[in-house]
Design a protein around this ligand. Structure first.
Ligand code: NAI
Ligand SMILES: O=C(O)C1=N[C@H](C(=O)O)C[C@H](O)C1
Length: 269
């Protein structure tokens, strides 16, 4: 027994799940308390070290999330929307901080997290990296300084496995641009142009999603006016940046009052 917070990673076999497990194992501030995969996955029951192709770690992959959460202080969850909603209820029941990196959640799915946030600390962000959260603040500032003569476009690129578009990060950047402009993103978002779209509507915030190869995650916020352009850019080349941010959030959440938080709160930006 140590006094380091015990962390459970859900979606253990996923791209982020494996990165998160490595990050927790390398940390001297936290311990790996458990790993969860979905029922029927062939990793369930195996030692996580062996499943990941290394030495045994003495932590078995389980599909019993509540049992795993009950032995931990925080859950880091980069899975899928319906799984994340179910985990939010179990994390609240177990009294764990719930760090959510899952993207592609509808407004109704995000609202379904509210009851859990009344009982526990829930930190959710479409991007857990320091760089992107700084970019969010810069985007808000630049959008506030410019008028509608500057067309705002958010362009993102990701690997070919990604299932949701626009990315969670693109939506964070779009929200920041809209907030800077003093408008609601839902009123001005232009997503998925195709065919005879008509000319661009002044004040719209456009989104473009590129999918290909192994791109980790790239985001541009373009402010384009007659005669000049400003581009704010973040390029992720290593998923470790998301995992480090998520672990920071899990540690930050210890002892905090129940509620819904984001990475701007965690990073104090
Ligand atoms: N917020 C951030 O900083 C970042 C967010 N993401 C998001 O994280 C999510 C996962 O991304 P990847 O790891 O690339 O996907 P992935 O497809 O490699 O992994 C998802 C994992 O979740 C597991 N899973 C699904 N349902 C489950 C359930 N009910 N119980 C337990 N496990 C379950 C799957 O079996 C799989 O192992 C996506 O929504 C992605 O957009 C990814 C990178 C950074
Ligand atoms: O699915 C991914 O890979 C990523 N998802 C997040 C998003 O939707 O923005 C964050 C990062 O860009 C990688």
């Amino acid at each position: 027994m140590t006094d380091k917070p015990g962390i459970v990673i859900t979606g253990a076999s996923g791209r982020m799940g494996q990165m998160l497990i490595k990050t927790v194992l390398e940390s001297d501030k936290a311990e790996l308390a458990g790993v969860v995969e979905r029922e029927g996955h062939d990793w369930v029951g195996q030692d996580i070290g062996i499943a990941m192709g290394g030495a045994a770690l003495g932590v078995a992959v389980t599909d019993d999330a509540l049992a795993a959460f009950s032995e931990a202080q925080a859950v880091i969850d980069f899975t899928a929307p319906e799984a994340t909603i179910a985990f939010s209820k179990l994390a609240a029941q177990a009294g764990c901080v719930h760090v959510i990196g899952t993207t592609g959640m509808s407004d109704a799915q995000i609202a379904a997290l509210d009851p859990a946030a009344r009982d526990t600390v829930l930190v959710r962000a479409g991007n857990m990296s320091l760089g992107v959260n700084l970019l969010v603040q810069l985007t808000k500032k630049v959008a506030a300084a410019l008028d509608e003569e500057f067309d705002i476009e958010v362009i993102e690129a990701h690997h070919h496995h990604k299932v949701d578009a626009p990315s969670g990060t693109a939506l964070m950047l779009g929200e920041a641009a809209a907030e800077g402009r003093g408008v609601k993103l839902a009123d001005v978002a232009d997503r998925g142009r195709d065919g005879i779209t008509g000319a661009r509507k002044k004040g719209d915030i456009g989104f473009t999603a590129i999918r290909g190869g192994d791109i980790v995650g790239e985001h541009d916020v373009l402010f384009a006016a007659a005669g000049e352009r400003i581009v704010l850019r973040h390029m992720a080349t290593d998923r470790a940046i998301f995992a480090r941010g998520a672990l920071k959030a899990a540690l930050w959440g210890q002892g905090k009052a129940a509620g819904a938080y984001d990475m701007i709160d965690v990073l104090g930006l």
